[in-house]
Design a protein around this ligand. Structure first.
Ligand code: C5P
Length: 237
């Protein structure tokens, strides 16, 4: 996990040339790059290498959720890609989380590389209260997030993804060394877009975010490098 610059830029594209070009403009100005499922399905490991070859940490956001054996096998592949951070679903259960975390560490140790931080998604923020109830998560979503955060931590995950507004509660519950990866960040000078609940980079950092996932405020800026520099200044970097 990065200590110096906490900003991982979400390169939300299916085009490897677009991702590599943007990453090339931002390398050295940010902490790393996040590539998601849509990019991986389109471009595979070679597409990830097109970005990681710039020498910047990679957040491989696949949100794995399957039986433990299958997730462990996939996670060994993620470790071979030299990912710095990767994601699973906490609702896959204790055994799946444990299998994922163990597989990431074992494969990285076998290769002599640093293991990816295995970070769990609790409740997708696209689920509102009614939708969460419909899949069997009863009670307030915020309670479910804290329950799944505890499950993830107890099962060996390195941290969770959470909204800026949940950061305080999860930090208080899970302690200082549990990693909080936070999307939904908007500098005061950028468009909110479809993010409804957001904090500025400095506010999210003050709440103890270890990783700030920022997409459009940087990727959609007229000058992405300048947007990244401006965020760095606001973070005191
Ligand atoms: O462009 P923007 O800054 O909104 O991008 C945020 C990134 O974080 C996207 O890759 C988005 O899918 C992801 N994300 C999010 N909110 C969540 C979980 C993930 O915005 N709750």
């Amino acid at each position: 996990m990065p200590a110096s610059n906490p900003v991982f830029v979400a390169l939300d594209t299916t085009e490897s040339e677009t991702a590599a070009a943007l990453a090339g403009r931002l390398a050295g100005l940010v902490g790393g790059f996040k590539l998601g499922l849509e990019y991986f399905v389109a471009n595979g490991p070679a597409g990830l290498r097109a970005v990681s070859s710039l020498g910047m940490p990679l957040f491989v956001d696949l949100k794995l959720h399957d039986i433990p054996n299958t997730v462990a096998a996939a996670m060994r592949g993620v470790a071979r890609l030299n990912a710095a951070i990767t994601t699973i679903h906490a609702s896959g259960g204790a055994a799946m989380i444990r299998a994922a975390a163990d597989a990431a560490r074992d494969e990285a140790a076998r290769l002599g590389v640093a293991p990816p931080a295995v970070v769990a998604v609790t409740i997708l923020t696209s689920l509102d209260q009614a939708a969460a109830e419909a899949v069997g998560f009863h009670g307030p979503v915020s309670d479910q997030v804290r329950r799944l955060a505890a499950l993830a931590q107890d099962s060996g995950a390195d941290g969770i993804v959470c909204s800026p507004l949940e950061a305080d509660a999860v930090r208080a519950q899970c302690g200082p060394s549990f990693k909080l990866v936070i999307p939904g960040i908007r500098p005061a000078w950028s468009e909110a877009g479809d993010q409804k609940r957001f904090l500025t980079p400095a506010e999210a950092r003050a709440k103890g975010a270890d990783v700030l996932v920022i997409g459009r405020p940087i990727t959609g800026a007229a000058d992405p490098a300048e947007a990244a520099r401006r965020i760095n200044r606001e973070l005191g970097l």
